[in-house]
Design a protein. Sequence first.
Lengths: 261, 252
Amino acid sequence: MTDSVPAQPQVMTLDALEKLDNQGVTIHWAIQYGEPPPISSHASPHSFVCRNGKVYWVKATAQNGLAAELIAGRLAKLAGAGPDAQVIYVSIGIVPQAAQHLVGIVVGIEEQRGTINARQLQQLVTQGLGAGLADASSRARVVCFQSWIGVSDSQVLVNPTHGLVYSIDHGAAFGNLDPQEPVVVVTQIPGISDDLGRSRADVDSALKTIERISDADILGVVSCIPEEVAWNADRGRRLQIANWLASRRGQLRKVMSTWAQ
Amino acid sequence: MGPVAPQLGYSAILRWRHDPTRDEARNVAVILVDREGQFGALKSAPISSISPQLHEQGILDAILEGLRQKVVNEPRLNLLELESMQQSMQLSVVLSKPKPVLVDDPNKTIEALYKAYVAPRQGGTTVGKGQILDRLVSAYRRRGFDVKRAARLDDFLFDAIIELPRRQRQVAEVLTFQKEKKHWEDEERAAGHFLYGIERLKLSGFAVIQPPADSAFDETRESHERISKWFRREKIKILAPADLNNDHLPHE
């Protein structure tokens, strides 16, 4: 595999982040309630149609604050490893009793149609699935991404039509921001070999996508986030997350080379 | 904190159940109303994307047009009427239970709902007969003409029947030669039926024909030329699909 990422000029400063924050938070209106969560989870997300015509699974709580979901979702989109995340405003007028906890300014993860949660597959699959169910390069992107952000309790969605794999449920990310070398995170997909996506070519391609995410991109991803308590997103913490991500990006290739075959 | 709440509307999804026993359905349109009938909107998927069968296209088009008139024209459908309609529609065409929706601008809201619930996924670039017929029907309706799709006049089935002023009518035939095949008997029979129909009923008519691709089989070109020759002989105007975007359509 090729050499590590070259050093980048210093862009990660509080002033730079403040300047970005001054652009304001983009908030998408939820206009209609969709449906309740398909499987149980800590955050009990429900879906909403938003004014931009997209459907988002909306959460009002996350283990390490809603900013964790938002930042990880934005990064996942850049890395081609998961759905986008946005800030959503949910009004009480459209919300059934079971979703009242979601009223307010919350985080939404863009719906990926036609996907199955790997946890659901666990209940349904008793034998191995066809080799073509999941796409190797997509799986490699998810493994590299989840290793980079160091998720615990990682989850994935699988689209059986295209074989694409998506990393989701990042509420536990960014809990420990001590400098630590990444470890390889391979989220199991029932019926799919853990070795899928391990080829050097697939891992190298995934790493290149992550390495193209610059410090400026990372700073952008941690900017423009609500700073209410539920978000756990004061500027100092967000800058710390940005620096932590940048540091781990530089270490990722060496770590992933131990997994690639 | 947070934007000011707009007004409350209600939306329902119209579903086409091709086989009610199997309950296999697809979303074909979204309807938006409010409690009092003050605003209303309907947006549907292109008919050609819902069913490839001409006969089904005709029925669906008629249903959607009828609903559109109820929703858009005064007195507009209100929530109570929509709920009543939903309870009575239980076979091939069903309406979902109306759900609350926030509305600041009915047009923007219907677009968002359409995108979320109805918009067909992007497919290939080949344009078939159904899609050309979609364009033809839309082109005339945008100009205020009443158009029936895949409908009969007496014994004859026409792809489109356009109602003109002074109780006149014009009919249209749509054909495409951009398919990978060598045998075009069906298209030739359809063209013959069209010509016989307009002669028997003394109608005026025109055709929209998508010509063969450069790489087409010889048989395709021959059939295209054969049909074009019949139409020219009977003085039937032939348009290309792109002509439907023009400022003036036949009989304008």
